[in-house]
Write a protein that binds this ligand. Structure first.
Ligand code: ZN
Length: 134
């Protein structure tokens, strides 16, 4: 596993949050992307070498809607960059982690992604992501 690729933050109203994080970082988001299959609208910010992803639900069945219902707005996941997501999934399964996506799926920002169940990672939702066409 490599560096933290980004931190995902669940928000209720991405327009409002974009304005707030723009004030915080002193720079606007550089990208907005809706992943309809996941029921999320995302925006991305850069702060130095770091990346922050905001996520808003696009429907009430979205995992983000369920997260906010249970826990409120806040940090939703930590994403780590990996070079070979398929072998990393195999490795983590052998280590006893529950991988939610045995076959990686296409996520936002040109990535193949897979998540680990927070029950096996002390409540932290972990995302693995591999750049597509790398
Ligand atoms: Zn993410």
């Amino acid at each position: 596993m490599d560096k933290i690729e980004h931190i995902g933050i669940a928000v209720k109203d991405i327009e409002k949050s974009n304005a707030l994080f723009k004030k915080l970082f002193g720079e606007a988001h550089y990208k907005v992307e809706t992943v309809e299959s996941e029921g999320v609208k995302t925006s991305f910010f850069k702060t130095g070498p770091n990346k922050i992803e905001l996520l808003q639900a696009t429907n009430k069945h979205s995992p983000i809607a369920k997260f906010i219902e249970k826990k409120g707005e806040g940090i939703h996941h930590i994403a780590f960059a990996v070079n070979d997501i398929v072998s990393e999934i195999e490795r983590l399964k052998k280590e006893g982690f529950t991988v939610l996506n045995e076959v990686p799926k296409t996520g936002a920002d040109n990535k193949l992604v897979a998540f680990l169940h927070p029950k096996t990672t002390h409540g932290v939702l972990i995302e693995l992501c591999q750049e597509i066409n790398k």
